[in-house]
Design a protein around this ligand. Structure first.
Ligand code: TRP
Length: 339
């Protein structure tokens, strides 16, 4: 029997420290991480090894890694409850990723839509191999901790399937080693779309000015971006999967992800209102989410040594588990143990 030995199911997730975090990251991931942290045994990492699948400036990567960790805490993760750590601080992630890379069929990797999307934007000859192998590293992150549940936006579901398939393949070839994880998508807000282009997921690395609200945006700027969000020429305010109505649907989704109200209540609330009212209501709730989060964030970044101590503790707690799993996987695969 391989599994996490505690009695609470274990959760693991991570966000890349590339670019600044957006309300899409908050509503699609962080908010749910916070909500489940007392119910489950939670591990949250800053996935810097994933960030280097595209070139990063070294100083910026270092800075963004610290900022992301601080943002996890500012969003409400309690370092005494959740284990917060940096992926590259635990060598086992890279080591297991290699072993899994060797077991990952190229066919599976080529089928990943995230790879297809990202590689379509570059010339085939110059795409880094890391972009293709990205899912094997993600599988290592998850399998090292015997995670039962992985909270991610639904764009990551295919990577979770890949992780399960790969774990099964390893278990089958070398004996029971890994726990098969299940995906956990947030109910509302799994997918916050770009404000300027509501048919594409909100991205932290998109350049255009009115695309994303960043968690550290000045509150007036955040409000302005929402007021400028793309809508349509209809009048009715309701949830819709029609492409044409994606802008209004996105605003409603943001509103719902923040307020946790039912779709029916929200539609009733906006029944006799216009798009301007909707935008103001969304801006209000976004601003009241950002305000306390930013205050806590700046406090944390100024508390010298605190963040480092959180990451040191996280590294110790996560490292012990990861190393034990890696050792077992290495033994099962046939590596000679050092004497
Ligand atoms: N690929 C994930 C994303 O882009 C980030 C990630 C890396 C992750 N490792 C993970 C998420 C492990 C969950 C579990 O969102």
């Amino acid at each position: 029997m391989v599994s996490n030995s505690g009695n609470k199911p274990r959760v693991l997730s991570g966000i890349q420290p590339s670019g600044n975090l957006t309300i899409g990251n908050y509503l699609g991931a962080l908010k749910q991480w916070v909500e489940v942290q007392r119910q489950f045994d939670c591990f949250y990492c800053v996935v810097d090894l994933h960030a280097i699948t595209v070139a990063q400036n070294p100083d910026e990567l270092r800075q963004k890694t610290r900022e992301s960790a601080a943002m996890y805490i500012a969003a409400g993760l309690d370092p005494e409850v959740s284990t917060i750590f940096v992926q590259s601080h635990i060598a086992a992630h890279s080591e297991l990723a290699w072993m899994l890379t060797c077991m990952a069929p190229l066919g599976w990797l080529h089928r990943m839509t995230q790879f297809k999307d990202k590689s379509a934007k570059q010339s085939q000859e110059s795409i880094g191999a890391g972009l293709l192998n990205y899912p094997s590293l993600m599988a290592a992150d998850i399998l090292l901790y015997h995670a039962d549940l992985v909270p991610v936006g639904d764009d990551q579901n295919q990577h979770l399937e890949f992780t399960r398939d790969l774990a099964q393949r390893f278990n089958h070839a070398y004996g029971e080693t890994f726990t098969l994880p299940s995906v956990m998508n947030p109910e509302a807000g799994a997918r916050i779309m770009g404000l300027d282009n509501p048919t594409a997921k909100m991205s932290k690395s998109e350049d255009s000015e009115n695309h994303a609200v960043f968690l550290l945006d000045d509150l007036a700027a955040a409000r302005r971006k929402i007021m400028r969000a793309v809508t349509d020429s209809h009048r009715e305010i309701r949830f819709s999967s029609e492409r044409e109505r994606a802008g209004v649907n996105n605003l409603l989704t943001i509103y719902q992800a923040i307020t946790d109200e039912s779709s029916a209540d929200i539609e009733a609330h906006f029944a006799d209102k216009g798009y301007g009212d909707l935008k103001r209501a969304v801006a209000d709730c976004v601003v009241s989410t950002l305000e306390p989060l930013q205050a806590r964030y700046y406090e944390l970044m100024n508390e010298k040594g605190y963040l480092d101590s959180v990451l040191k503790l996280g590294r110790e707690k996560a490292g012990a588990i990861a190393e034990a799993t890696l050792k077992r996987a290495q033994e099962n695969m046939g590596f000679l143990a050092p004497s």
